[in-house]
Design a protein around this ligand. Sequence first.
Ligand SMILES: Cc1cc2nc3c(=O)[nH]c(=O)nc-3n(C[C@H](O)[C@H](O)[C@H](O)COP(=O)(O)O)c2cc1C
Length: 323
Amino acid sequence: MEARVGAASVRTDLVLGSTHPLRLERPIVIASGPLGFGAEVSELIDLRDIGLFVTRGVSLAPRSGPSLPRVVEVPGGLLHAISRENPGVDEVIDRHASAWRAAPCAVAVSLVATDEKSLAALIARFESRADQVRIDAYELDLTSPSDALDGARWESALDEGVRLIDAARESTELPLIVKVSPDAASLRALAEAAADAGVTALSVSGSPIGYLPSRSRTRGALAEGVGELSGPLIRPRALAAVVSVHGALPIIGGGGIGSPADALDAFAAGAAAVSLGSALWADPGLPRAVLESARRAAAARGLSSISDLAGLALSGANERVSE
Ligand SMILES: Cc1cc2nc3c(=O)[nH]c(=O)nc-3n(C[C@H](O)[C@H](O)[C@H](O)COP(=O)(O)O)c2cc1C
């Protein structure tokens, strides 16, 4: 048996990636979207418990959203269609950059682009305003629509996804996170191509697509029918996706995490950091609870750092990761 170490002495910090590394004080990421762009977030959760806050998706030009309803409950989670609605890069910077500068955690901006040219222009816009904008990384959203794929997600075609990753990597020296969902085509090949391109981390935490026909219902369906799924119902699929990319590059794992035990599952499946999303609406104390539980789990096995929990379930010993 390993010697027990005190939970308080277990390290929480980690460095993701090597060529464009991103240092996080804690292995906890706030998922893009549910908590907005930044200005309002510190009223909802204590950012001192967080490693990285990812903003809601930002595009070069304003994007409008679909008709209401845009969020409905489904068994085990939510079906939503926000369609990356946002007021465009300049207005987001004007309203939120001061909150990013003040944040006691790292901040990543989620990039939404329907083609490579607008992606390069979007990154150039952020970098041209570097005197006002302190961001630590970009998150490239491959779950957003691509013009070349007639509005299907970038992640639905391996070559298109890789093309957008290359365009992002060529446009900036900042750390780059690539976000996908369990629906991504050829996910292992995409992860390997992302690693070769110098991507810092893969966030395997995006919403898979869902659909409910609206014509047959008076309530409980989106106006658009098709939407994105969040919450506990996606968790086993998210974990399978995390396992499938193990070892290719550092993984941020999430989708459906609602408790500290769920977060331990994501670490055990290979995540170096965990992503928390819609569960924060009901439980703003979740980041602190996850952090404390992961520290205790590491201490109980004699590990000196939470990051040592990553992939324990895959080590061949079929080890349980619990407190
Ligand atoms: C209201 C809402 C808005 C979202 N907006 C975005 C977004 O702008 N960009 C993005 O990449 N993901 C967005 N997401 C997806 C989340 O980042 C996350 O990947 C998803 O909710 C699964 O995680 P969860 O089950 O922990 O919530 C949104 C989710 C919700 C519920």
